[in-house]
Design a protein around this ligand. Structure first.
Ligand SMILES: NC(=O)c1ccc[n+]([C@@H]2O[C@H](COP(=O)([O-])OP(=O)(O)OC[C@H]3O[C@@H](n4cnc5c(N)ncnc54)[C@H](OP(=O)(O)O)[C@@H]3O)[C@@H](O)[C@H]2O)c1
Length: 354
């Protein structure tokens, strides 16, 4: 029997991606949608300015949008809420007994909240046993949309050699700013060399995700690594797909062959690869001179595969490469759904309602 799910912030760019990706999901059915007072009380079809490339799922179109308050008819909630409200709303749902699977930044760095990429740090799930919101409620987060690609590419290098320093310059898609997002006069034929708060997230979140968990259950903890990451973030006129040009300094200055072998050898743990949203290959290396590119490669693995290309030596650090990931799928709704699938597979998402 499927679990009933609610979507907080269901009318936004990420919320709509949840609605689309959860259509026909084998384990989850959308039974509740919630957003701001602007949308509450309307049918979803009237409240959401639908921007997905496929028709709005009929099962959700007629749901009434509710306020983001506990009492929603569901077993767990996904949150695609604006960060101005996500912090308090997500706490309220966890305190009322709902598992909250969030995309928002507010609780990502809380000591007792997993900041999760299932292929990278599935053991961090244990942190939920430290949370004291209620008997059954907890919060799990996924990282910033640019953090996901960078961290997945760094993971095999950290495991094989150890990382000493990272420099990353991003070219981030417009959909990362939500809807309506960046004004057209700023976006078209232009590059904006500033995305508020983004560089700080990119310099801190990978260090928490790559850290080793110590202790078990209520005694589990994660202490962020202390590796310098220098990030420069740019908004570019691409619809979907964050590109990142990365240089890394690695312990022992390994050869390019060894670095590429480490990336190629990375695969999902067995526990993750069997989950419904897990792509056949979570990290792919492309050898062509001009790959990856957002328009050609962002939909690999239905948007869940992270692509790496142009692996080559770096005259300043040891190696440099390009990473591409889908910001609203792998970097938001798809990543959150994979998190929920992992929790469900571990028996951590019991049915709340009779
Ligand atoms: N876009 C991405 O690539 C991406 C990736 C990773 C994480 N995120 C994060 O995901 C979250 C959503 O991003 P987005 O791009 O989907 O933004 P968005 O398109 O602006 O959507 C924001 C959603 O939050 C709701 N909301 C706003 N104020 C509210 C309030 N006071 N009370 C209740 N609901 C409220 C909106 O409802 P109304 O329609 O009723 O106003 C809407 O459903 C953000 O925290 C963002 O940082 C985004």
């Amino acid at each position: 029997m499927k679990l009933n799910v609610g979507i907080l912030g269901a009318t936004g760019a990420v919320g709509q991606k949840f609605v689309r990706l959860l259509e026909d999901h084998p384990w989850f059915t959308v039974t509740a949608v919630a957003a701001s007072e602007r949308s509450a009380g309307k049918r979803y079809r009237d409240a959401a300015h639908w921007i997905e490339p496929t028709p709005m799922p009929e099962g959700v179109a007629d749901l009434e949008v509710q306020l983001c308050e506990p009492g929603l008819d569901c077993d767990l909630v996904f949150s695609g809420l604006d960060s101005s409200v996500a912090g308090t709303v997500e706490k309220a749902f966890a305190s009322a007994g709902y598992p909250v699977i969030s995309n928002a930044k507010n609780h990502r760095m809380d000591d007792d909240v997993p900041l999760l990429i299932p292929e990278v740090n599935p053991d961090h799930v244990d942190l939920i046993h430290r949370q004291t919101y209620s008997d059954s409620g907890f919060i799990v987060t996924n990282p910033n949309c640019a953090t996901v690609g960078l961290t997945m590419a760094l993971k095999p290098m950290q495991d094989a050699f150890g990382i000493e320093a990272v420099h990353v310059t991003t070219m981030q898609a417009l959909s990362g700013a939500g809807y309506p997002g960046v004004a057209s006069l700023d976006a078209v034929a232009n590059v904006v060399p500033y995305i508020g708060g983004e560089e700080d997230k990119l310099e801190t979140e990978p260090l928490r995700i790559l850290a080793t968990r110590t202790g078990e259950g209520p005694h589990s903890s994660v202490t962020s690594l202390s590796i310098p990451i220098s990030a420069q973030c740019n908004r570019v006129p691409v619809i979907d797909g964050h590109m990142e040009c990365v240089s890394v300094k690695l312990v022992g200055s390994p050869s390019l062959v060894a670095i590429e072998k480490a990336i190629r050898g990375f695969s999902s743990p067995d526990e993750i690869s069997v989950l419904p949203s897990s792509p056949a290959s979570c990290l792919e290396v492309d050898h062509s001179d001009s790959a990856p590119q957002p328009r050609r490669d962002v939909h690999r693995g239905d948007g869940m595969t992270v692509s790496v290309g142009r692996v080559r030596s770096c005259p300043v650090f040891d190696a440099r490469f390009v990473v591409l990931s889908h910001n609203t799928i792998r970097g938001a709704a798809g990543g959150a759904i994979l998190n929920a699938e992992l929790l469900a597979a571990r028996g951590l998402l019991p049915r709340r309602l009779a």
